[in-house]
Design a binder for this molecule. Structure first.
Ligand code: LMR
Length: 412
């Protein structure tokens, strides 16, 4: 009764996680899925999250009732302020609709469905080459045509800005361009601020719709404002005259992976503000609500309440910012240790400076799929086959082993 159905290969990231879990070697190392690990290689519940949980559960209003279809109002309001900034022009001018989503993936899926139905431009989305493995299937599954734009120059291990700009110019006008807001996954390479200006202006010149995927705010620099630069620049400097959509995840920066906390923010173009744009915003909101109602009825409450508690309390927010610094600085330290071990101690062939120049959770190591396979088989060190390593999986206890394993596979 399901003619032609075929079994698919395992998901590249979750399949890797399953292989790692099944591996019985005591000294195995997980540098696969992008989830923060502490200095003992263990999942970390952020102190800000622990404190917010305690506060939430102790509150007389604590319950497990349904949220509204739009989500937990205090969460979506605060989430918008975190990504856009308190003084955002879009908020001041009333040009924003926010909808709670099932983390970043749910946000992207909701956006895809919404654009497929309502966007008057091209139903073609341009993704960076390379990009997060899931982007492609999220958009093909809702009927988008998926294309890519050059991003990573493997020779120079830097941004292929000319290739990127050419793709923007040659794409059909009013296409959709997906941009990683910061801490690009998988390369760990972000445009500089002046490159962002150039990219955003070119996107605007060609009337493309800009879709930001913001999954790592606070992870690139440890600073929320700095990591929100591209988005804030696009909006506050009125660089983009088409709608902007932001898909926001709190999985990584609050360490709430399994709670699926996220939001979609739709920003209407500069020009019409306040009452002039309100009917359009209401229409957008009602259509997003309709999709949510048919797909998940209403968003999950627990994680959203915790994040809202953190974002709306001065002390908890301060704690969260300290937690972001703890995570991002430990990752930076591991980057330096790995680079130093490979370069100075082991004298591993090649240049490893890119490990410290890249930002966020990942390093695009430059290791080939064959080297990655050997790392897994011979050494029990797990990386994505593209050569992406989750630097958060490194710690003082395993970094020597990992460096030696990399050295061995590079030389063999
Ligand atoms: C990753 O890229 O490892 C993470 O975003 C986890 C995921 O959902 O793929």
């Amino acid at each position: 009764f399901f003619p032609g159905i075929k079994e698919l290969p395992p998901d590249p990231l979750f399949g890797l996680k399953a292989r790692y879990t099944a591996d019985s070697r005591a000294d195995k190392v997980d540098l696969g899925i992008g989830a923060y690990r502490d200095e003992n290689g263990k999942p970390w519940i952020l102190p800000a999250v622990r404190q917010a949980e305690a506060k939430l559960v102790a509150s007389p209003d604590y319950n497990h009732e349904y949220l509204s279809i739009g989500g937990y109002e205090p969460f979506v309001k605060e989430a918008a302020k975190i990504i856009l900034g308190e003084d955002s022009l879009a908020i001041k001018e009333g040009r924003i609709v926010s909808q709670q989503s099932l983390s970043g993936t749910g946000a992207l899926h909701l956006t895809g469905l919404f654009l497929k139905t309502f966007y008057s431009g091209e139903h073609t989305i341009y993704l960076s080459k390379p990009t997060w493995a899931n982007h492609n299937q999220i958009f093909t599954s809702v009927g988008f045509k998926v294309e890519s734009y050059p991003y990573w120059n493997n020779e120079t291990k830097s941004l292929d800005l000319d290739g990127f700009l050419n793709a923007i110019r040659s794409a059909p006008k009013k296409s959709v361009f997906l941009l990683h807001a910061c801490a690009h996954n998988p390369t760990g390479l972000d445009p500089t601020q002046s490159q962002w200006t150039t990219i955003l202006k070119e996107l605007d010149n060609n009337n493309h719709l800009v879709l930001f995927d913001s999954a790592y705010q606070g992870f690139a620099s440890g600073n929320l404002e700095k990591d929100g630069f591209a988005i804030r620049h696009a909006i506050n400097d009125k660089l983009i005259n088409s709608p902007i959509i932001i898909c926001q995840s709190f999985a990584k920066n609050c360490g709430m992976y399994g709670e699926r906390v996220g939001a979609v923010h739709v920003i209407t173009p500069p020009g019409a503000t306040g009452e002039a744009v309100a009917p359009v915003l209401r229409a957008i909101k009602s259509q997003l609500n309709k999709i949510i109602r048919s797909e998940l009825s209403n968003p999950p409450a627990y994680g959203a309440k915790i994040v809202a508690a953190i974002l709306s309390d001065k002390d908890l927010k301060k704690q969260w910012q300290d937690d972001l610094t703890t995570m991002s600085s430990r990752i930076i330290k591991m980057r330096h240790s790995l680079r130093d071990l490979l370069t100075n101690e082991l004298k591993t062939p090649g240049n490893w400076d890119h490990i410290v120049n890249q930002t966020g959770m990942f390093s695009f190591t430059g290791l080939t799929p064959e080297m990655v396979a050997r790392l897994e088989e011979k050494h029990g060190v797990y990386l994505v086959s593209s050569g992406r390593a989750s630097v958060a999986g490194l710690n003082e206890g395993n970094i020597n082993k990992v460096a030696q394993a990399i050295d061995e596979v590079v030389r063999s």
